[in-house]
Design a protein around this ligand. Structure first.
Ligand code: SAM
Length: 395
């Protein structure tokens, strides 16, 4: 169900706001569970058999499944309902964020508890951020220049509805699950400096500070509105995080500055060129023995054609133009082309700590095999599990 965030930047919600949020979350839950199952049944019972009859083999790729599905009733119902529900996420929260502007701005004026934010007015946002209403979010991450905190607040409130409670009480489930996995899998690894790249409002940065309290934690993004809002959000939760406005292609940190470079849901929103530059930068700023870790959508090469099609849907209908290009890349190749040793590659699937609990995260960290090709991997629906990959920097 729709989530009311538990942190102190949470604006006051009226009964109508809460009801609207619950309705939109409920609609998304219906689409992503029930209608998705109907679409799968349609695929198994009529679409795949018809394809096989015509081609002498079943569909083999995500693209083949997509072209076979187009025009089918179940696909059309799923797609149109999902697009409408996505638009409703943002239209449900924008009036709240407009109405609560005074509260949000006065809360954001107090960045304390050791948290800092440094903005760079000369940094031009890349076009994937400045010219794209990514995932149908009006104004994208830059929002409205006359109300600089709006984009961060809309993202926070919108994600709470979008996530249907599956991303944790403060939208931090990915960070908590990933950091928990690393702590359990590598108990002797004691990172003292951590960088989160493409942090938006820092919701998945905070768990790193919580998991490794002795570490100095930095977070970067190109979006000033997200960072300004995120710094206040972190400070009001008592987390000491240092936010910087920077481009992942050119990190303003010295060589060998960090023990962990983390990103979450970042790589699929940037171009191939930015991705490649980021992997080189991550390698440069990591210390020997440090870890690059990306939480992301799982790759097409490790999934069945239908599961791949299901995730690639966003590329065509949800203004996520880089989604499929990223999912078609090989995670190990991405790391090695950034300078990492292929033998130092790692990947895993970690159960959401909020859904499955800490013991399940510990068990995953101790398992020697992870099956990526499951309906629950990377799918924001019942039973979600997160995919992670990266590499250690050699000594
Ligand atoms: C989907 S959001 C990431 C969300 C967040 N990390 C999480 O865990 O949910 C992608 C973020 O990447 C940022 N971004 C896009 N291109 C970037 C670049 N070249 N350098 C730094 N940040 C970038 C966007 O501004 C946006 O905040």
């Amino acid at each position: 169900m729709a989530l009311t965030l538990q942190h102190a930047m949470q604006p006051r919600l009226t009964t109508e706001d809460v009801a609207r949020g619950r309705f939109v979350s409920g609609l998304r839950r219906f689409v992503l569970n029930d209608l998705a199952h109907d679409m799968r049944r349609a695929y198994d019972s009529r679409i795949a058999p018809a394809f096989e009859k015509a081609n002498g083999r079943p569909p083999e790729t995500s693209a083949e499944v997509h072209s076979a599905m187009r025009g089918d009733f179940a696909f059309n119902v799923y797609s149109s309902c999902r697009v409408q529900a996505q638009k409703m996420v943002w239209s449900a929260v924008r009036p709240v964020v407009a109405r609560e502007r005074g509260t949000i701005e006065s809360a954001a004026a107090k960045v304390e508890n050791g948290t800092s934010v440094s903005l760079d007015p000369d940094l031009a946002a890349p076009r994937n951020v400045s010219a794209l209403d990514v995932h149908l979010m009006p104004g994208g991450y830059m929002g409205n220049p006359d109300y600089p905190l709006e984009a961060g607040a809309v993202y926070d409130q919108g994600l709470a509805i979008f996530s249907m409670g599956l991303m944790g009480r403060n939208l931090d489930d990915i960070g908590l699950s990933m950091a928990g996995y690393i702590r359990h899998a590598f108990p002797d690894f004691r990172p003292l400096s951590i960088l989160d790249v493409g942090c938006t409002i820092g919701h998945n940065t905070l768990p790193w500070k919580r998991t490794y309290p002795e570490a100095e934690v930095h977070a970067i993004d190109v979006s000033a509105p997200g960072l300004a809002y995120g710094a206040a959000r972190a400070s009001m939760q008592g987390a000491e995080i240092h936010f910087h406005q920077m481009d992942a292609e050119r990190l303003g940190f010295a060589d060998q500055s960090f023990d962990i470079v983390f990103s979450s849901m970042f790589l699929h929103e940037v171009s191939k060129k930015t991705r490649a530059a980021f992997f080189r930068e991550a390698h440069r700023v990591l210390r020997p023995g440090g870890l690059l870790l990306n939480m992301e959508l799982p790759p097409n090469s490790q999934m069945g054609a239908f599961e791949g099609f299901y995730l690639d849907w966003d590329c065509y209908y949800n203004k996520e133009p880089y989604y499929k290009g990223f999912r078609d890349e090989d995670p190990r190749d991405l790391c090695t082309s950034g300078g990492f040793d292929p033998d130092k590659f790692l990947q895993f699937v970690v159960p959401s700590v909020g859904i499955y609990g800490e013991e399940a995260v510990r068990a995953a960290a101790q398992a020697d095999h992870h099956d990526v090709n499951r309906e629950t991997t990377g799918r924001l629906a019942e039973g979600v599990q997160w995919f992670g990959f990266g590499a250690w920097k050699g000594n």
